[in-house]
Design a binder for this molecule. Structure first.
Ligand SMILES: Cc1ncc(COP(=O)(O)O)c(C=O)c1O
Length: 386
């Protein structure tokens, strides 16, 4: 059977690691999951209650842009989090931020155009761009600058736009107002599109994250219920677009998806209610403790080359003195130490071979156990600490 060259994309390695971890567990091996970027907690109780109340109603298609009450709830979140007065008409509800990428890339770029992606960064940007016949252009960031993309790198690149996540996956590092404004300006001054992936907003351990909407209305902002709201499998996200792009996105969303899952939209209205706040902030306190355990344990192991994470639930650590093939190393860690971790190649095809990403999204007990196992593994193999 024939096939297209644009579907010739790389696998999402972390999904392959998850499968290897599942297979190891199926043979009875105990595995601590530090590979996957998803909370171990359920959706907030208020979300589950809202859905339970609606289960006997038809839950059919919704309008393509999403249930109005949810769009209004999302707009109010911008007031609560950033003090922004956002018109709910500009909010588009999507099937996870993943569907938002498809809509955004399709709405903003023509086939063959080049789009800047910060590296290391979320791998699916590159693969989705390729699948849409667009060309991803890696814009390298550096640990010494906290992996913050620099406006000059954007200005110098021959691109039609750029997508940037803050807090970033895999590094957890964040752009401040000035850093973000510099990137938006670097794009806008050259007529390029700026897409801000804000999926880890709400998960910060010092200052809160800055939204690109605090800088400009002429940007695309993508967010999701997956991370802060602990609803990965519900497949619900959203996008905020400039007013004059709403109809364009609506046409695409109608035809590509009809609508985002209705049941998840009902649950999300509950997740945005005041009732859910204490529970979600409780989750954040757990991540903060996990972050402390992970960073202190890495330091104690002599693995000190990582940028301190400002948000999200990841740390991206340099182990290149031990291995230049962390794909093989992560397999060895899984089989000998029983800890699933993600190799850096997923996030940076050129420089990720000596890097590992650890996720600390799970329960504190598991994270502490994972770090003890990693300490045994790494202490056995490195003559590191002075
Ligand atoms: C930076 C970033 N953006 C988007 C996603 C995808 O999220 P969603 O579940 O909303 O599709 C992830 C998932 O890990 C991510 O890390």
């Amino acid at each position: 059977m024939r096939n297209s060259s644009r579907s010739d994309i790389d696998p999402f390695i972390v999904m392959d690691v998850m499968e290897a971890a599942r297979a190891a567990e199926a043979t009875g091996q105990s595995v601590i999951h530090m590979e996957v970027g998803q909370p171990g907690t359920p959706a907030p109780a208020a979300a589950r209650t809202a859905l339970a109340r609606a289960l006997d109603t038809p839950l059919g298609y919704t309008v393509a842009l999403g249930v109005p009450e949810l769009r209004e709830g999302i707009a109010r979140l911008y007031q609560r989090w950033y003090g922004i007065d956002l018109n709910p008409d500009r909010v588009v509800v999507t099937a996870g931020s993943s569907a938002a990428f498809l809509l955004a890339f399709t709405a903003l770029f023509d086939a063959g155009e080049r789009v800047g992606v910060a590296e290391p960064g979320y791998p699916s940007y590159r693969q989705i761009l390729r699948a849409l016949s667009l060309e991803p252009v890696g814009l390298p960031t550096h640990a010494a600058e906290g992996h913050r993309l620099q406006p000059d790198a954007v200005r110098a690149a021959d691109i039609a736009g750029a997508i940037v996540a803050s807090p970033n996956n895999p590094t957890g590092t964040m752009l401040g107002h000035e850093g973000l404004a510099g990137l938006v300006e670097a794009c806008q001054s050259q007529g390029r599109a700026f897409i801000s992936d804000e999926i880890y907003h709400g998960l910060h351990y010092g200052a809160r994250a800055v939204s690109a909407l605090e800088v400009s209305d002429e940007v695309y902002v993508i967010n999701s219920f997956s991370k802060y709201f602990s609803m990965t499998g519900w497949r619900l996200g959203w996008m905020v677009v400039p007013q004059d792009h709403v109809r364009r996105i609506e046409r695409l969303a109608q035809n590509m998806f009809i609508c985002a899952p209705h049941a998840a939209q009902i649950a999300a209205i509950g997740a945005l209610s005041g009732e859910a706040e204490a529970e979600l902030e409780g989750n954040r306190a757990v991540y903060a403790e996990n972050r402390r355990i992970v960073t202190e344990a890495l330091t104690a192991m002599g693995l000190t080359h990582f940028a301190p994470p400002d948000g999200a639930f990841y740390v991206y650590v340099d182990v290149s003195h031990l291995s230049s093939d962390t794909l093989a190393l992560s397999r060895e860690i899984l089989s000998t130490a029983g800890v699933a971790v993600t190799p850096g190649l997923d996030f940076d095809a050129l420089r990720g071979g000596g890097m590992l990403r650890l996720s600390y999204a799970r329960a504190t007990r598991d994270v502490a156990e994972g770090m003890s196992r990693l300490a045994v593994f790494f202490n056995a193999r490195q003559p590191l600490r002075a």
